[in-house]
Design a protein around this ligand. Structure first.
Ligand code: URA
Length: 430
């Protein structure tokens, strides 16, 4: 088989066979295929799509490309959650300690930033010493002892996805339904949890811009998960505006910690509680909403996060005293350009502005400036006066401000009337 023929076939709208997909995934895993061939096929798939059978075959081939975690060594029901990616989406950081504090174990594999969206692994690495590369034995041990662990794609689980993920990030081939569904579900199938909650984002900051596309993605993933014997539910949630008030890495971790202390922004707190309750419900826990409130107010959830940070080599003092996080060297205030209401703030553009400050990658393997990012002082729907500060930008490289500010300002639209409100949670697919 030749990669050239696969690319040509897909470019012309053909259907890839199981053998062709297996050949491709094997070559990606063994790094025997040139990256230009891989990139070209990703772009052909991006434009021509894949049908249900091709998507399932790609998912299964990637799930089989490395080891598969057997979570039998961990007692009790294990749950996992995954977001399709958003801007300011630090939900995992707050949800998993809540769920673990309620007695349900979370064995989670997370990713790095992708396209304009951030990744949990990059965020966690802003805590001094935190190790996201965890060997399986240690992973089991941490989950059994503390009830939660978040590992990067280090355990040789779905290594083909790891390669494709990093390549898609820098070749503008992320936002395709089949590529997202197979990327997420290959990891979820390889990582072996009993129950999977998928947070499918929709809106300007999501890979799926319309509700119809988000619903299709949610249905495709739920079908793959349930078909593989995992109890899988998807919740479709808003990503038309950034979630919470921070976009970046360390500043998002601080916001998640504040939320566990009961001092988080309203939208983020609401979503955190709803997703936590949904995970507990999936695990068969009664009165999940009450339990969630309880572990936030009695500090158990915060302690769980600190336990996990310590177990993964990080300094747990960061959780109790967020002033320990390294601060950006430079700050710039961004002013409103008009009087009126902010009628829309394009979340993808805000994510790109944050990446331009150093919070994301331009090339595969680039390092991240953990201190870089944007704090939103005003969000969609709020009234502003011309010249009022609507955001603060942070970076360690002053030269990055000009371009990032231009990008950020292009995201903001004003109107003399209040903006239409969108629900935070649209619905659930089982
Ligand atoms: N998250 C993933 O893990 N993969 C994608 O392709 C998109 C979001």
């Amino acid at each position: 088989m030749r990669m050239y023929d696969l690319i040509l076939k897909k470019r012309n709208g053909g259907k890839l066979t199981k053998e062709e997909i297996d050949f491709f995934v094997k070559g990606v895993t063994e790094k025997t295929i040139e990256l230009y061939h891989v990139s070209a096929l990703m772009m052909a798939i991006y434009f021509k799509g894949m049908d249900e059978e091709e998507t399932l075959n790609l998912t299964l081939a990637m799930a089989d490309s490395g080891e598969k975690m057997d979570l039998k060594l961990i007692d009790g029901i294990k749950v996992d959650k995954h977001s399709t990616g958003g801007v300011g989406d630090k939900t995992t950081l707050a949800v998993i300690p809540i769920v673990a504090a309620c007695g349900v174990k979370v064995a989670k594999m997370s990713g790095r930033g992708l396209g304009h969206t951030g990744g949990t692994i990059d965020k966690l690495e802003s805590i001094r010493g935190f190790q996201t590369s965890v060997e399986p034995d240690k992973f089991f041990d941490i989950v059994n002892t503390h009830g939660l662990c978040v590992a990067g794609q280090s355990m040789n689980l779905a290594p083909a996805d790891k390669e494709l993920y990093a390549l898609r990030d820098v070749t503008a081939t992320v936002d395709n339904l089949s590529l997202i569904a197979s990327s997420i579900m290959s990891k979820k199938l390889a990582s072996g949890s009993d129950c999977i909650l998928l947070d499918v984002k929709v809106g300007s900051g999501a890979f799926m811009k319309t509700y119809e596309d988000a619903e299709k993605l949610a249905s495709a993933m739920v079908k793959i998960g349930n078909g593989a014997g995992r109890k899988t539910v998807a919740v479709i949630t808003d990503m038309d505006k950034p979630l919470g008030n921070t976009v970046g890495n360390s500043i998002e971790v601080i916001e998640a910690i504040d939320t566990l202390k009961g001092k988080g922004p309203e939208d983020f707190t609401l979503l955190t509680k709803a997703l936590s309750a949904e995970l507990l419900r999936l695990a068969g826990i009664e009165n999940p909403e009450e339990k969630v409130e309880e572990v936030i107010s009695n500090g158990k959830a915060l302690r769980k996060l600190a336990d996990m940070v310590k177990a993964q080599g990080g300094d747990e003092n960061y959780i109790y005293d967020t002033s320990l996080f390294e601060k950006a060297e430079f700050t710039r205030e961004i002013k409103a350009e008009k009087d009126g209401y902010i009628s829309h703030m394009n979340a993808e553009t805000v994510g790109i502005a944050s990446a331009k400050l150093g919070a994301g990658r331009e090339k595969k393997g680039d390092s991240i400036d953990f201190t870089a990012g944007i704090k939103l002082l005003k969000k969609t729907g709020e009234k502003v006066a011309s010249g009022e500060t609507i955001a603060e930008m942070y970076t360690s490289d002053k030269a990055k401000f000009a371009e990032a500010e231009r990008t950020f300002l292009s995201a903001v639209e004003y109107s003399s009337e209040e903006a239409k409100k969108f629900p935070l949670i649209y619905g659930k697919i089982k």
